[in-house]
Design a protein around this ligand. Structure first.
Ligand SMILES: Nc1ncnc2c1ncn2[C@@H]1O[C@H](COP(=O)(O)OP(=O)(O)O)[C@@H](O)[C@H]1O
Ligand SMILES: N[C@@H](CCOP(=O)(O)O)C(=O)O
Length: 321
């Protein structure tokens, strides 16, 4: 469970009084997630999601995240909407942390995505990219390629405690992506964390997207690479090319890829795998004492990275040209 910050009943009641959503009837820490403290809030007006923003979320970035949700929702993307206080603010402070209340989204995330789910995610990702086109705020990717060397440095000394050779594999992958990283791909607002736990379905139809707290400006195709990694591998570590094909076809039905994006797909997948391996590794080695959190497995992404290091072209991911 990700609850890093505890909130007293008195503090919560006072915080909720600044909104026009009635009294708190119940509150419950949420069992998923690793980044922020999340609570399901039941009030006289219904259900809401209360988030206290933790270490990786810079307070200065919150207007970008909350504004983006409002912006894309107004353009047809189903996602949580920030609830405003009676004085019109979307952001407050609770238990010493920046905090916001957003609307509750119906649906459930899928644990074992099928090709049909991957196709829906591809379409939704492209629709999100289109919806973000005219978003006026900017946020550079704080976890882009320039952030990976310090992450590796922070973990390298202890990486082999997790698996033998892990530090060396990461260093080799980093050198490789640094050498081949594409410079001028189409840019825009990317979600940057569209994992299965951040996509809801109802009756196998995609019903909404959540967790915009890594969103930023970056190469749009990098977001596709993140999704190929998160959606198209099997639990035995193999890449499912049928799922890859479905995701990419879903994406291209809404936003066709340029030749440069197609060509860059393998290195983008390597970079995306390395990024999540490194953040998971750093988190794995630094679980805050007393936090109710289950860190995610860095070795899952070590295995994905190994697949990508052997993949040469976009057809290895199911993209035919
Ligand atoms: N708006 C929402 N509506 C319904 N459930 C939500 C909403 N936001 C988050 N959740 C639930 O809370 C969990 C954790 O949220 P998430 O934003 O992924 O946390 P974190 O950013 O801390 O990792 C999600 O997996 C989902 O179950
Ligand atoms: N998706 C990331 C970690 C961020 O977790 P989320 O719950 O905010 O999606 C990972 O799997 O490493």
């Amino acid at each position: 469970m990700a609850v890093y910050t505890e909130v007293s009943d008195e503090e919560l009641a006072a915080f909720v009084r600044s909104y026009a959503i009635g009294r708190v009837l119940a509150v419950k820490g949420i069992a998923e997630g690793v980044e922020n403290s999340n609570f399901l809030l039941h009030t006289d007006s219904g259900f809401f999601l209360l988030t206290l923003y933790e270490k990786r979320v810079a307070e200065a970035d919150l207007p970008f995240f909350l504004g983006l949700m409002e912006h894309v929702a107004a353009r047809g993307i189903t996602c949580p909407l920030p609830v405003k206080t009676v004085s019109g603010a979307t952001l407050g402070r609770l238990a010493g942390r920046p905090a916001a209340i957003v609307t509750f989204l119906d649906g459930v995330s899928v644990r074992r995505p099928a090709a049909g789910h991957c196709a829906e995610v591809g379409r939704a990702l492209a629709a999100l990219h289109r919806a973000g086109t005219d978003f006026p705020l900017r946020r550079p990717n704080a976890l882009s390629i320039t952030a990976w060397p310090p992450l590796l440095q922070a973990a390298q000394g202890r990486a082999d405690e997790v698996a033998r050779g892990l530090g060396e594999r990461a260093a080799l992958a980093l050198a490789d992506v640094q050498q081949h990283w594409p410079a001028r791909l189409p840019q825009g607002v990317v979600h940057a964390d569209l994992f299965p736990d951040n996509v809801f379905f109802i009756d196998d139809r995609l019903s909404g997207l959540i967790d915009f707290y890594f969103a930023c400006n970056d190469a749009l195709a990098y977001d596709i690479a993140i999704c190929l990694n998160a959606w198209c591998f099997e639990t035995d570590g193999s890449f499912n090319v049928t799922k890859g094909r479905a995701l990419l076809a879903g994406y291209e039905a809404v936003r066709p890829l340029s030749t440069a994006e197609v060509d860059a797909l393998p290195v983008l997948c390597r970079g995306a795998a390395l990024r999540f391996m490194l953040t998971r590794l750093v988190d794995w080695l630094n679980v805050p004492s007393g936090a109710l959190v289950k860190p995610k497995d860095p070795l899952e992404y070590d295995r994905k990275l190994a697949f990508h290091m052997g993949a040469a072209c976009a057809s290895d991911y199911g993209l035919m040209r």
